[in-house]
Design a protein around this ligand. Structure first.
Ligand code: HEM
Ligand code: HEM
Length: 192
């Protein structure tokens, strides 16, 4: 039987979606758990994550059908329906992320945006971190802003790591309940 957009067996995730997903996942794991945040590698990996995020968000506007934002809109009622369907053992097929997964995807992207943008701002000359001997009120003010940015970066990074763990848990649970291997689809691009 030929595949139509509403019959989501066959191709689902195009190469750009898969590439950006796995590079972002690797970057978040490396920067969040493995690499020392003082290391230069942290900055480079962070820039790569930001670049991949920008590319993926652009692809959400002009990409293949299942990659487009319009294929997985924000819908709290849709997410609630999805949960009750899962409880009843009903497994509806979705052409892109399911409505609950979609909420998580937007939360991950929003948090990653805050983490990377605050990281880039910390690295810019706009918010230099001085030693604590201020020669002017402006320097003292700059230093406060720099500390505020660092706190925001750290807080958002911790939230991102928490969401990532929940995301992987959700993927595993959804795969088990629905009997469809979501991880395999994100690797090969094809749904079984
Ligand atoms: C993949 C996204 C990223 C994650 C998960 C991440 C995570 C973290 C974490 C957990 C810290 C430690 C915070 C603390 O304990 O004070 C940190 C610090 C830092 N991050 Fe990131 N980060 C990311 C992206 C970036 C980017 C894009 C930049 C800059 C271009 C950046 C620059 C920094 C800097 C300058 C520090 C402070 C290092 C220090 O002096 O202690 N990060 N980051
Ligand atoms: C740890 C950092 C991770 C982050 C920040 C992350 C983030 C994301 C994002 C933003 C999406 C949406 C993809 C898109 O539409 O472009 C996604 C989807 C997905 N991720 Fe992750 N991910 C992470 C790790 C993982 C891991 C380790 C796995 C595998 C166990 C995984 C499996 C998946 C799958 C299967 C999907 C598609 C879900 C569906 O079918 O709707 N992710 N992830």
């Amino acid at each position: 039987m030929p595949n139509t957009p509403h019959e989501p067996s066959g191709r689902v995730w195009d190469p750009l979606v898969r590439l950006t997903h796995w590079i972002i996942a690797l970057a978040v794991i490396l920067n969040g758990f493995i690499i020392d945040d003082d290391a230069l590698a942290h900055i480079w990996i962070g820039y790569i994550a930001l670049g991949m995020l920008a590319l993926r968000l652009l692809w959400g506007l002009i990409g293949t059908e299942s990659a487009r934002f319009s294929s997985f809109p924000v819908s709290f009622s849709g997410a609630a329906t999805h949960v009750s369907e899962l409880k009843q053992g009903v497994h509806r097929k979705h052409r892109s992320h399911n409505p609950l997964g979609a909420l998580m995807v937007y939360a991950l992207w929003a948090t990653l945006t805050v983490v990377s943008v605050t990281g880039v701002m910390m690295e810019s000359d706009l918010f230099p971190e001085d030693d604590h001997e201020y020669s002017s009120r402006i320097e003292a003010h700059d230093d406060e802003a720099a500390e505020w940015l660092e706190d925001l970066h750290e807080g958002a990074a911790n939230l991102l790591l928490l969401l990532s763990v929940l995301h992987v848990g959700g993927v595993v649970l959804e795969s088990r309940l629905s009997g469809r291997n979501l991880v395999q689809a994100m690797i090969t691009g094809r749904r079984s």
